[in-house]
Design a protein around this ligand. Structure first.
Ligand code: AMP
Ligand code: TRP
Length: 333
């Protein structure tokens, strides 16, 4: 029996943060290393252009993201690692799915509502609007059963399932109905400056996030400045959201559970905890940063990886697209 398929995507929108790493990338690596699934991991440049991009930066960020994924442990010998625009079937299936998607459904997408607030009503592009349909195509093309994503992508997954079911009902069984894989504990890393909002590289305050490639001194400084509270006790609760977030980060990098960490710092101050946390993060990121520096300077190897990835992905995608075209009544060439 062939293995079940896992698919996920990440936008090449600048440098990844430890939030992306803990909430998404590391999870992808763990799933890959279970050796149970065929994993496809995709750098979604076509999604990225739904907001304004500077072409040379997009090119740069796409290769950076590819390198970061490999540095974090995605192994192109084990997983199919590729760039979305290299496989035209993504755009082709999107068109078909657009014709079975209701505008009412897209109007309800919270991410669209959030993102379109940044633009004048008259200049909201329709790609931003149909973004979730492209995402559905990404997933359905590969007959993916599991889709590791952050909490914020759940609604898009529900739409994907709905479109798959609608197509299957209208034509006959074609698509596997995918399920989200969402990690609950510590899955959302919050801003170091405002623990009510998620850590994001688009934050105006650079002290709010730690980048995967931040230098040790930068990491020390950012953690030192992280917002805490005046209770002065290291405890894991929703009154102390800042400390809670720092404990989650500590736990993510050491694999120690929350109780162990709280017990370890009983009676100790925030200063000591933060100093230790900084070292934990620095040590955790060190191997990734070293590997990244080698990869990003090896353009030939990167090219080999994304070409081979695209070939494997293309093969799988074409198979689904051929089926879809046949079912909807297109004449094969
Ligand atoms: P984005 O950077 O928003 O394109 O997100 C890429 C992936 O990282 C998605 O799966 C997000 O859910 C995840 N992610 C982004 N920021 C965080 C965060 N602060 N904590 C946990 N996961 C995150
Ligand atoms: N929209 C996702 C995000 O912003 C990225 C993405 C695109 C994705 N296509 C996907 C995630 C397919 C999972 C599966 O995080």
């Amino acid at each position: 029996m062939s293995k079940e398929i896992v698919f996920s995507g990440i936008q090449p929108s600048g440098e990844p943060t430890i939030g992306n790493y803990i909430g998404a990338i590391r999870n992808w690596v763990d799933i890959q290393n279970e050796d149970k699934y065929t994993c496809l991991y995709c750098v979604v440049d076509m999604h990225a252009i739904t907001v304004p991009q500077v072409p040379k930066d997009l090119r740069k960020h796409t290769l950076e993201m590819l390198s970061a994924l490999m540095a974090a442990g995605i192994d192109p010998e084990k997983s199919i690692l590729f760039i979305q625009s290299h496989v035209p079937a993504h755009a082709e299936l999107t068109w078909v799915l657009n014709t079975i998607t209701y505008m009412g459904q897209l109007n309800r997408m919270t991410q669209f509502k959030e993102k379109s607030k940044r633009f004048e009503e008259a200049s909201i592009n329709s790609g931003l609007y149909t973004y979730p349909v492209l995402m559905a195509a990404d997933i359905l093309l590969y007959q993916a059963k599991y889709v590791p994503v952050g909490e914020d992508q759940k609604q898009h997954l529900e739409l994907t399932r709905d479109l798959a079911e609608r197509f299957n009902n209208r034509y006959s069984d074609t698509f596997v109905i995918p399920e989200p894989l969402i990690k609950e504990q510590g899955a959302r890393i919050m801003s170091l400056q405002d623990p009510e909002s998620k850590m994001s590289k688009s934050d105006a305050d650079e002290n709010a996030y730690i980048l995967l490639l931040d230098e040790p001194d930068v990491i020390r400084r950012k953690i030192k400045r992280a917002v805490t509270d005046s209770e002065g006790v290291i405890a894991y609760n929703d009154r102390q959201k800042g400390i809670k977030n720092l404990i989650n980060i500590y736990s993510a990098f050491t694999n120690e559970d929350v109780e162990t960490i709280v017990a370890k710092y009983e009676g100790k101050g925030y200063g000591i905890f933060k100093e230790d946390l900084a070292e934990v993060v620095i040590e955790g990121l060190r191997p990734i940063q070293e590997s990244y520096k080698e990869l990003i300077n090896n353009k030939d190897y990167l090219e080999k990886v994304y070409k081979e990835g695209a070939e494997k992905a293309e093969y799988m995608a074409r198979k689904t697209l051929r089926k879809v075209y046949k079912k909807i009544g297109f004449i094969p060439r």
